[in-house]
Design a protein around this ligand. Structure first.
Ligand SMILES: Nc1nc2c(ncn2[C@@H]2O[C@H](COP(=O)(O)OP(=O)(O)OP(=O)(O)O)[C@@H](O)[C@H]2O)c(=O)[nH]1
Length: 236
């Protein structure tokens, strides 16, 4: 299938990482973006984001990764940032069964505040802290498979930020799933004869223009968010 996207463009994807406090979301982001691991990582307050370039199947992406606070008391600070997401990583820790049981609530919270259609969104389930001893695992493969099946989640990966295992793979997997669903949507639009060719210029009538604030301006003053990324998005 021919892509409608202009060639050689870097695709910007917003990735949100959700899960209970302490499952390792910040460590996952830091390992992926900076290849660093902090054994004494502090609880996140609100949200933080970092950018990271990644190439998947010959296509260039800039992932804008949003690490959210898992503690319940920060709910109101994190949920406004779900909108506009392209991918959601639902994380739990393999030695914390309560965090596994909470995955459904995280998914529901995301669907509610991101305002997306459940069956068309790239959710990835991530079991973190895969480096722990087998005796410390308190969630079985059967339980994980069953939950993923019930929730129509086709992608599950076990990661360890501590040992840097499967961290890049988790994000690559997410991008592949996003791409798969995007192709599906393009196909459906084409079948409906409702296709917009992004390689062609679009003229917006003057009366359709409205005021907008750039992303950095509108959000970086919020005490709840810290921008730590510096990579460019949408490079030519
Ligand atoms: N063994 C092991 N421990 C990990 C791993 N990742 C994180 N941890 C530990 O878990 C702690 C919590 O990790 P964080 O990344 O801060 O957890 P979080 O999910 O961001 O927590 P909140 O910010 O409260 O939502 C870290 O301080 C590490 O000690 C991992 O892959 N393996």
């Amino acid at each position: 299938m021919t892509s409608m996207r202009p060639p050689n463009k870097t695709i910007l994807l917003k990735v949100v990482i959700l899960g209970d406090g302490g499952v390792g979301k910040s460590c996952l982001m830091n390992r992926f973006v900076s290849n660093r691991y902090d054994e004494n990582s502090f609880h996140t307050i609100g949200v933080e984001f970092m950018n990271k370039d990644l190439e998947v199947d010959g296509e260039k992406y800039t992932l804008q990764i949003w690490d959210t606070a898992g503690q319940e008391r920060f709910r109101a600070l994190r949920t406004p940032f779900y909108r506009g997401s392209d991918i959601c990583l639902l994380c739990f820790a393999l030695n914390d069964h309560i965090s596994f049981r909470a995955l459904g609530q995280w998914k529901d919270e995301f669907i509610k505040y991101a305002d997306i259609k459940n069956n068309q969104f790239p959710f990835i389930a991530v079991g973190n802290k895969a480096d722990i001893a087998p005796s410390q695992r308190d969630t079985t493969s059967d339980q994980i498979n069953e939950w993923c099946e019930d929730n129509k989640i086709t992608n599950y990966i076990e990661t360890s930020s501590k040992t840097a295992t499967n961290v890049t793979e988790a994000f690559s997997m997410a991008v592949k799933q996003w791409k798969k669903l995007e192709k599906q949507t393009e196909r459906e639009l084409r079948d409906q004869g409702d296709t917009i060719d992004l390689t062609k210029g679009v003229t917006i009538p003057q009366n359709r223009l409205c005021c907008s604030t750039s992303f950095g301006d509108s959000r970086s003053n919020s005490p709840a968010i810290t921008a730590r990324g510096g990579n460019q998005a949408y490079a030519d």
